[in-house]
Write a protein that binds this ligand. Structure first.
Ligand code: BG6
Length: 478
């Protein structure tokens, strides 16, 4: 039995959310529309046409939410800023009332010594920019995103020391331009790679601006949705398939973040297929110059792949480059890989694998390949929860899930991996982009459902108290 190392004393035991999924107040105090304010209202776009107009009303209830965090002992709270609250049209006039909301939230957190972790972008680009130039599809967004980020760095840099640039670029670009399930609902591989490159440049640009401001003791990095890939068997053909998938699904983002380089095999494949992005002079220099302080990691599950013959192989009937969300068991790229079920892992009610050891694996892979500290910015279980008649929620299954993942982190730390913190997804229940309010992730229950806002009451679940004990003991008692 290996003696496990203790969690570092300054380990950030946290929890996370995103603006559109919790705030509500979609048109309050001068906020402009984001693409999600529009897309979620297209009939059939989301589960039972749910939207975030009210969400869990965090905009008006943030004090109550922060108080519960403080009582739980939370050390960090990760939240995102809504671009269109700060700049209703994405650029131009600043909405002071929007900035003030985040001032109040940050100050409230700090008054309880809770470290704010701020995400610049969690998928809600202002609708005006989408209408004006197609949002992430135009290089104009690079300057606009940078201006927005600089406003935030200057305003909150004195108090915010942990910054996340783009949340899950692989997911929002993948779902927006490849699977067509997020705005702007495009299904076009060439455009997918073009947009992705622009997002890479925008990400690097804000990191460069952040460095230029030399904000004291502040760290910045992207959050990547890493779904690590396993080979189905020791058949060398399956091993190569796993290499292919890892290269195209993961290294294709993380290599760019960490090294400013696209992986060669993947790029070679894109060139061969005629879908490689347009790279302008200066882009690669910028990517190389603006690397992050940490790798943000959103970890939910693993994927397993096997050999996929070139002729007659499985194509991307349901293209899914993120390995997440409606992932089809039989998607793939002929000649490269195809996904398959893993008989060794259980799955959630939404068919995501439950694989705590996979977290140990990804932490090791990131450490080995990039030598960057890792901030786990999301991990959690989406499940149906039941509010009992005595006002309790006995989410033992969530405790079990989180417990096993915390242990996996401790094992990775014991191996020598640097992990800065762990944010559970999510703090309160919130709106799942495509799955409504029934897919609950929170440690705090919110009394509402798809179309009935009910009381919006907050009720700590059993997992809330479990995590309280974990934090109090700095991970000794899990
Ligand atoms: C991540 C996102 O992809 O996973 C979150 O950053 C999201 O915003 C979470 O809610 C869970 O996904 P889903 O589809 O179950 O809500």
């Amino acid at each position: 039995h290996i003696q496990l190392k203790d969690f570092p004393t300054d380990f950030l035991w946290g929890s996370a959310s995103a603006a559109y999924q919790v705030e509500g107040a979609w048109n309050v105090d001068g906020k402009g529309k984001s693409v999600w304010d529009v897309y979620a209202k297209v009939p059939g776009a989301t589960f039972q046409d749910t939207n975030g107009d009210v969400a869990v009303d965090h905009y008006h209830r943030y004090k109550e939410d922060v108080k519960l965090m403080a009582e739980q002992g939370l050390k960090a709270y990760r939240f995102s800023i809504a671009w269109s609250r700060v700049l209703p049209n994405g650029t131009g006039e600043i909405n002071e009332a929007g900035l003030e909301f985040y001032d109040r939230l940050i100050d409230e957190l700090l008054s309880y010594q809770i470290t704010p972790v701020v995400t610049l972008y969690h998928w809600d680009i202002p609708q005006t920019l989408m209408e004006r130039y197609g949002g992430w599809e135009s290089r104009e967004v690079i300057e606009d995103f940078n201006n927005y980020a600089v406003i935030l760095f200057k305003r909150y840099g004195d108090r915010v020391k942990h910054w996340v640039t783009l949340n899950e670029q692989n997911v929002f670009v993948g779902q927006g331009y490849k699977t067509g399930t997020h705005p702007p609902a495009v299904r076009d591989e060439k455009r997918f790679y073009e947009v992705n490159h622009i997002a890479n440049v925008a990400n690097a640009k804000v990191i460069q601006s952040f460095r230029a401001l030399s904000i004291e003791d502040a760290l910045i990095g992207p959050s990547f949705a890493y779904t690590p890939v396993y080979p189905k068997s020791p058949n060398p053909k399956d091993i190569l398939a796993a290499e292919n998938a890892e290269e195209l699904l993961s290294h294709f983002w993380m290599d760019v973040y960490a090294w400013g380089e696209y992986p060669r095999v993947a790029m070679n494949y894109l060139i061969k297929e005629g879908i490689a992005p347009t790279i302008l002079p200066g882009d690669l220099e910028l990517l190389k110059a603006a690397t992050p302080d940490f790798m943000g990691l959103n970890y939910y599950q693993t994927a397993t792949v096997e050999y996929n013959p070139l002729n007659g192989g499985v194509g991307e009937a349901k293209p899914n480059f993120t390995g997440k969300k409606g992932s089809s068991k039989d998607s793939g790229i002929p000649g490269l890989f195809k996904t398959t079920a893993n008989p060794f892992t259980e799955t959630t009610d939404w068919d995501w694998t439950i694989d705590p050891e996979g977290l140990h694996v990804v932490l090791r892979r990131i450490e080995n390949r990039y030598q960057l500290p890792i901030l786990i910015t999301e991990n959690g279980l989406g499940a149906f929860d039941k509010l009992e008649s005595d006002d309790t929620i006995n989410d033992e299954y969530r405790i079990d899930y989180l417990k096993r993942h915390v242990k996996a982190i401790q094992e990775a730390i014991t191996d020598g991996v640097t992990v800065l913190g762990y944010c559970t997804w999510s703090y309160t229940d919130l709106l799942s982009w495509l799955n409504g309010y029934q897919k609950r992730y929170g440690m705090v229950f919110v009394d509402r459902d798809e179309h009935d806002e009910k009381t919006l009451r907050r009720i700590p679940k059993k997992s809330y108290y479990w995590y309280q004990g974990v934090i109090a003991s700095n991970g000794k008692q899990i």
